[in-house]
Design a protein around this ligand. Structure first.
Ligand SMILES: NC(=O)c1ccc[n+]([C@@H]2O[C@H](COP(=O)([O-])OP(=O)(O)OC[C@H]3O[C@@H](n4cnc5c(N)ncnc54)[C@H](OP(=O)(O)O)[C@@H]3O)[C@@H](O)[C@H]2O)c1
Length: 329
């Protein structure tokens, strides 16, 4: 299906990833509607930014109320494809991981299958390893529901994202500026941080059906140019502001895990038990589909490894590896 000229519903379209998907679609002249729990608030913000066209294009969606396929009927009215960028870091009342990450996407997939709509679902890397966090297991269950559906589905798994306005990205940039970088000892997994603008473009390409050249591939792991540990990523972000490297302090794992639980309990910072589990394993694509979806190399995030001062702790470790791309541009 090619949705060119149609109307694409971006669920979570006011969020960090969703905003960039909406922007990329509108830049291609496509009508994009934003799914949000708060259309009034989002509309007000768009008016304040004098974006009158954008201000009209909202549809109220509460995933915790959309766990049956028939509930999606009014939401999908007049829509030709759907991009699902909804996710929660922490549960609140009826907004549980199971409803938001699993049951609502499962119902959405069934509703899309019944209407012949393409569904692009944003998930995350690192879900295949055993996990205790319900944040992670619910996302895995959501992916499985899509695979089991008859929808024209695509699953997109980005590594960590950088960009303006993201909750996690803002925190990483803030911590990078600190003169001391506390780092859990076990946080040795590699990430391949990508620019959220690149992800927005890749989502638009898939939603518009331009991804047909990927020969039937429906699961797309996406990463940026460099594979780094979190400590190396912090150093690369810090190097954008100063040549002085931060002092890296190893935090015992038990303390890091405790801190993750406290953050979950108090709903503060993006550091959660799920992220504590993710930090201990690689979260970079085995095959990076991003260059092929973009038709160019991904944007650089942070200072390139070769440009980081030799005195920096990040450069004390071997050069970050590159990995095969699914389809070289
Ligand atoms: N950020 C990253 O580095 C990253 C990396 C890999 C994967 N991901 C995944 O990508 C997804 C989106 O991440 P993000 O960074 O864009 O998060 P975000 O900025 O918090 O956006 C999430 C969006 O979900 C919507 N939402 C939340 N609860 C909802 C509910 N109950 N019903 C309907 N909509 C709801 C919110 O829309 P309203 O507030 O407008 O209702 C919000 O705009 C998540 O699943 C995340 O795990 C993120």
């Amino acid at each position: 299906m090619n949705a060119q000229g149609g109307t694409i519903l971006v669920l979570g379209g006011g969020g960090f990833i969703g905003r960039h998907a909406v922007r990329a679609l509108r830049e291609r002249g496509v009508r994009a509607i934003v799914g949000t729990r708060h259309p009034g608030r989002r509309r007000g913000a768009a008016h304040a930014g004098s974006d009158a066209d954008a201000a009209e294009a909202y549809r109220e969606t509460h995933f915790e109320r959309l766990c049956a396929p028939e509930a999606w009927a009014p939401v999908l009215e007049g829509v030709t494809a759907v991009v699902n960028c909804v996710g929660i870091l922490r549960q609140r009342g009826r907004e549980t991981y199971d409803r938001v990450h699993h049951r609502a996407p499962a119902a959405l997939a069934a509703a899309c299958a019944a209407r012949g709509l393409r569904l692009i679902h944003v998930s995350a890397l690192g879900l295949e390893s055993p996990a205790r966090s319900r944040f992670l297991t619910s996302k895995r269950a959501g992916e499985a529901a899509l695979r089991a559906s008859d929808a024209d589905w695509h699953i997109v798994r980005p590594s960590l994202l950088d960009g303006e306005g993201g909750f996690g990205a803002r925190w990483i940039r803030r911590v990078a500026a600190w003169p001391v970088h506390p780092m859990p000892r076990a946080a040795g997994g590699q990430i391949a941080v990508l620019d959220v603008r690149d992800l927005g473009e890749a989502l638009a390409t898939l939603a518009l059906g331009d991804g047909s050249r990927h020969g039937g591939v429906r699961e797309h792991d996406l990463g940026g140019l460099h594979a780094r540990t979190l400590a190396e990523h912090l150093a690369a972000m810090r190097a954008l502001r100063t040549a002085r490297p931060a002092l890296r302090i190893a935090v015992p794992d038990i303390l890091a895990r405790l801190a993750a639980h406290v953050c979950d309990l108090l709903h503060v910072t993006p550091f959660s038990f799920g992220h504590w589990e993710l930090l201990q394993r690689d979260n970079r694509p085995a095959f990076n589909a991003l260059p092929a979806l973009l038709g160019r190399a991904p944007r650089t995030v942070g200072v390139a490894p070769s440009a980081i001062d030799d005195a920096s702790p990040a450069s004390a470790s071997p050069a970050p590896p590159t990995w095969p791309s699914a389809c070289e541009p």
